[in-house]
Design a protein around this ligand. Structure first.
Ligand code: KG4
Ligand code: ZN
Length: 334
């Protein structure tokens, strides 16, 4: 059994994954969302303090739900970056302490590798090779996965992440934080063709850009005025969401073609978006590409994906892992 620990952002996560076949035995996520709600975004210092308060209980929960004793854990997998440095350090320290106490190994996992590996977890691991679109609040990128221990980024956002675009748009429309799910729900009642928003395809490659879209919404809301913007909120949400999803799906289609891949996995919190899910399935039906959308708890930040990725990575014995450091950015970071 591999115990996974993930604290790169604002969710304290622990999970137990069977090293032999990638079965998720437990996947515990203690979300801090509401804690940061009043600030309209994540406050790093608040996030790391909360991680520290709950990490032990979250790990205990993961073991208990998996019905796995500490004596059955053979390695602790932990996210060492990219992410908020203070948050990462809490998980990393917990992992090192636990491993040292138990006399077991540590596996350092790149958070993004975790996201792209979620599709490899049991019971329906996606066969290799595949393309993975990861769109969350912190990152948006396309990666090709040929072998489980690695991935290659083929496109990434040049500015905002797609989830950030959702959250900032939601805020402009007066919705609570994090706004993605609220905007998704509001958009369902609106007309996606009511307003024209830009679809950016920066450069000749497979990169994304969402900052112009957000600016377009700022101006649109300002031009409409508060009363009219409130009255047309559903149409604004639907049109804005359509623009984000169009940008994601267009690049994904191009990437599948250019890379010659016939399988697609979605990951990141934005994979929960109803329009993106539907459009990915449509893309698959139109092109014959096999589409895998792991369950939501495996798409958003979680420790099962970290423990899952660790199955394919080198284990560090004591005392080598004591030198591990957290990194806000990794060389591969999107
Ligand atoms: O992966 P995640 O839980 O955390 C990281 O950012 O790493 O992703 C959270 C992001 C937020 O920006 C949130 O608004 C967005 O995913 N999100 C959604 C939906 N559910 C979550 N965006 C659009 N539609 C949704 N249904
Ligand atoms: Zn993430």
């Amino acid at each position: 059994m591999i115990l996974g620990v993930e604290t790169s952002c604002d969710d304290t996560c622990a999970a137990v994954v069977d090293a032999a076949d990638g079965t998720v035995r437990s996947n515990v996520i203690a979300s801090q969302g509401l804690l940061h709600d009043r600030y309209g975004g994540i406050v790093p210092e608040v996030a790391s303090r909360r991680h520290l308060e709950v990490i032990d209980a979250v790990i205990d929960d993961a073991l208990e739900l998996a019905a796995v004793g500490l004596d059955e854990v053979e390695a602790v997998a932990v996210t060492h970056g990219p992410g908020l440095i203070g948050s990462l350090l809490v998980g990393l320290s917990a992992a090192k302490g636990l491993a040292a106490g138990l006399g077991i190994d540590v596996v350092a996992v790149d958070h993004l590798h975790g996201h792209v590996s979620a599709a490899l977890l049991a019971p329906d691991p996606l066969p290799l090779p595949y393309l993975c679109l990861v769109a969350s609040g912190g990152h948006t990128f396309l990666a090709r996965v040929d072998e489980p221990p690695s991935y290659a980024i083929v496109g990434r956002t040049l500015d905002d992440a797609a989830g950030e675009a959702f959250d900032k748009g939601a805020r402009l429309l007066g919705l609570p934080y994090p706004g993605g799910p609220h905007l998704d729900a509001l958009a369902a009642r609106g007309d996606p063709t009511a307003f024209a928003f830009p679809r950016s395809e920066p450069g000749a490659g497979l990169d994304f850009s969402f900052s112009g879209l957000k600016t377009a919404l700022v101006y649109r809301v300002r031009d409409l005025g508060p009363a009219e913007a409130a009255r047309r909120a559903a149409d604004l949400a639907a049109s804005y969401q359509r623009a984000i999803v169009d940008a994601l799906v267009t690049r994904t289609g191009q990437a599948l073609e250019r890379e010659g891949l016939e399988r697609l996995a979605l990951g990141g919190g934005v994979a929960a978006n109803s329009e993106l899910r539907a459009r990915a399935v449509e893309l698959g039906a139109a092109t014959g590409v096999e589409v895998s959308v792991p369950e939501r708890a495996l798409c958003t930040d979680n420790a099962a994906m970290i423990a899952g990725a660790a199955r394919f990575l080198t284990r560090l014995p004591y005392p080598a892992y004591l030198d591990l450091d957290a990194a806000a950015r990794l060389p591969s970071a999107a």
